[in-house]
Design a protein around this ligand. Structure first.
Ligand code: OFO
Length: 183
């Protein structure tokens, strides 16, 4: 008896999204390591925390595929992009990444709508909402660096931005607690 409740196409795009979230995690890890090596420990902590959040997104999708009786295929993760040119570039790249991830999420939603797979459509709504938060946090990062003076920001301004990001790490503790079981 066939128990697989996902179409082949949806299985493929969901597995691609699993890889995409893992790739996002690598990107944040890589940028976090870069920020730390530049002395931005607050920003690094924030980025490392976000890397974990992306892993949680990956696990949520993986568990959903399994729950629907379909097959998970774990693929290789492309290498993260090269180090950013500076903090401003780092935040811009993060925003670009999140916009691209939103597009990828939307394509899964569109396919589930076309196939009238309401379970998957419903499952994906959490990610649609989450992407609003992700894009908003990335925009917020760009605003912060703009206010600090962009590429011309002084050491003092970058220092207080870094401290601020460290506190943000503590304030947003709940985001890291997002898991497949507790979205
Ligand atoms: Fe998983 O949301 Fe960012 O990429």
């Amino acid at each position: 008896m066939k128990t697989n409740r996902l179409s082949e196409k949806l299985t493929t795009v969901l597995n691609t999204q699993v890889t995409g979230e893992a790739q996002a995690s690598q990107l944040y890890l890589s940028y976090g390591a870069w920020a730390s090596s530049q002395g931005y420990t607050g920003i690094a902590k924030f980025l490392f925390r976000h890397a974990e959040e992306e892993r949680n997104h990956m696990t949520m999708i993986l568990e959903y595929i399994l729950k629907r009786g379909a097959k998970v295929s774990i693929a290789a993760i492309p290498a993260p992009p090269k180090h950013p040119a500076g903090i401003s570039d780092c935040f811009e790249k993060i925003f670009e990444h999140e916009v691209s991830n939103t597009k990828s999420i939307y394509s899964v939603v569109k396919l589930s709508l076309d196939e009238e797979d309401w379970a998957t459509w419903n499952f994906m709504q959490w990610f649609v909402k989450e992407q609003v938060e992700e894009e908003s946090f990335a925009m917020n990062l760009m605003d912060k660096i703009k206010i600090a003076g962009g590429e011309k920001a002084s050491h003092n301004e970058l220092y207080s931005l870094d401290r601020d990001m460290e506190n943000r790490h503590i304030d947003e503790k709940s985001a890291i607690e997002v898991t497949a079981a507790n979205p």
